[in-house]
Design a protein around this ligand. Structure first.
Ligand code: HAM
Length: 420
């Protein structure tokens, strides 16, 4: 009986060697600046009560109306695979009472998210994000800090070819004033039923409509940025000033609409120039009413989500990932059974010193072992046979040019640290 092969579901991103090393590096480098800024890990479930997203993310969004993986569990509850991280963080903060302790609550997260989108390069149905949320502080300085942390993450993986767009959605007073005029404007447009329905829930969505005729129709629409209350305007001005002072370049895009309904105040997106249609490598903003909507107290918040898959594609496109970045430093070839224990002993010591060390196990002939060393991309190779053990000296071979140096086994660590 011959079984058919089973394939991965359509549109999932997955990472196997050798690419997985670069993926892991991108993921940890992107979030490292947040850890240095005092954000602490929040590890959350990948499935939640469906109401968390329909209420938190908003019914007018594509994410909720078209893209959720929703199913009934065995107990008849409606469950959804998380399409994003902010609502889950809020739910957990409320449930655990973190909002009653020291503010702001500053957390980071990392993991898989799920959206039933049409798969294409850089757009997946299961994708990876790292993110942060800072909850319970109204201060434009933290808006600027959150943006700076994301920017540092992208810089840490060597990206240069991206830009930052920001805008402000203002406070509820600003949005209410703008909404009146925007609805008046929209009433004059000839909209299909689905678009009217979306506009009725959140008229800002129409700015996000990708159809050329809608883009054209929205050209003269009133912009929220022109309706900011004095307080919101002062806030936004202050955020920009902090960014200027940190030398973080940005463009104000008054037509930017984020894909989730909870945003208020400062919002932002990072866009990479080399990625084609799926160019958003990260985004975020304030969500001052979210906690209340989810049954908690009225605390503000701001955060971001960075797309790890897209950041990796961007780093590859910019040539920011070196081929030998993730390979071993040293490859040890023991010539016989007797030398395997020596190799194990040496490798353990070197690894404790942070030197990436592999051993050629299996009873391959020297030629086969050298081939394996070559394939591994290791920078250095040593062969350990009877004579090396007897003399306590090995030949340390540099693979890039084949040069060898005699080194005492006891001084291998020092020699490698000097050479690497
Ligand atoms: P978002 O803009 O929906 O925001 O997603 C953040 C990032 O995730 C995007 O910029 C993109 O890089 C990546 N991403 C989104 N969808 C996909 C997909 N289908 N395939 C590959 N990558 C994707 C949020 O999710 C908010 N929770 C961010 C946030 C946190 N706002 C405040 N706090």
């Amino acid at each position: 009986m011959k079984y058919e092969k089973i394939q991965a579901p359509k549109g999932v991103s997955e990472y196997a060697p050798p690419l997985s090393a670069a993926f892991e590096w991108v993921r940890s480098s992107l979030i490292a600046p947040a850890k240095l800024a005092g954000y602490q890990l929040m590890e959350l479930p990948v499935f939640e009560d469906t109401a968390l997203f329909s209420r938190g993310v908003g019914e007018s969004t594509d994410v909720v109306s078209k893209e959720m993986y929703t199913f009934e569990d065995r107990g008849g509850r409606s469950i959804t695979l998380r399409p994003e991280g902010t609502a889950g963080v809020m739910r957990a903060v409320i449930e655990k009472g973190l909002d009653r302790g020291q503010l702001p609550v500053k957390v980071w997260y990392s993991g898989q998210f799920f959206r039933a989108e049409r798969p294409q390069a850089g757009r997946y149905r299961q994708f990876y994000q790292v993110g942060i949320e800072a909850i319970g502080l109204d201060d434009p300085a933290i808006d600027a800090e959150v943006i700076a942390i994301a920017d540092q993450g992208f810089k840490a993986i060597g990206l240069r070819n991206y830009r930052l767009e920001i805008t402000s959605l203002g406070d509820s007073q600003s949005r209410a004033a703008h909404r009146v005029d925007l609805l008046k404007f929209i009433a004059k447009l000839d909209l299909d039923e689905a678009t009217s329905a979306r506009a009725a829930i959140n008229p800002l969505r129409l700015f996000d409509d990708k159809r050329p005729e809608m883009k054209e129709a929205m050209q003269g629409a009133p912009l929220l940025l022109d309706y900011l209350s004095p307080e919101s305007l002062a806030n936004f001005t202050q955020v920009k000033k902090y960014l200027d002072q940190m030398d973080i370049a940005y463009e104000v895009n008054p037509r930017m609409v984020r894909g989730l309904d909870y945003y208020t105040g400062t919002t932002f997106e990072f866009i990479h120039a080399d990625l084609g249609a799926q160019s958003g490598i990260g985004g975020g903003g304030r969500y001052d009413g979210l906690m209340e909507i989810l049954g908690g107290q009225s605390l503000s918040g701001i955060g971001f989500g960075l797309g790890v898959d897209r950041a990796l594609l961007a780093a590859q496109a910019e040539g920011a990932i070196k081929e030998d970045q993730f390979t071993s430093d040293l490859f040890i070839i023991p010539l016989g059974d007797n030398q395997k224990s020596d190799a194990l002993f040496i490798a353990t010591q070197l690894r404790a010193a942070g030197i990436r060390t592999e051993i050629a196990f299996g009873d391959r002939a020297l030629k086969g072992a050298m081939k394996a060393a070559d394939k591994s991309g290791s920078r250095y190779v040593v062969i350990i046979g009877d004579s090396e053990v007897a003399s306590g000296i090995v030949e340390l071979k540099r693979m890039s040019d084949g040069t060898t140096t005699s080194v005492k086994i006891s001084e291998l660590q020092k020699a490698l640290i000097g050479a690497l």
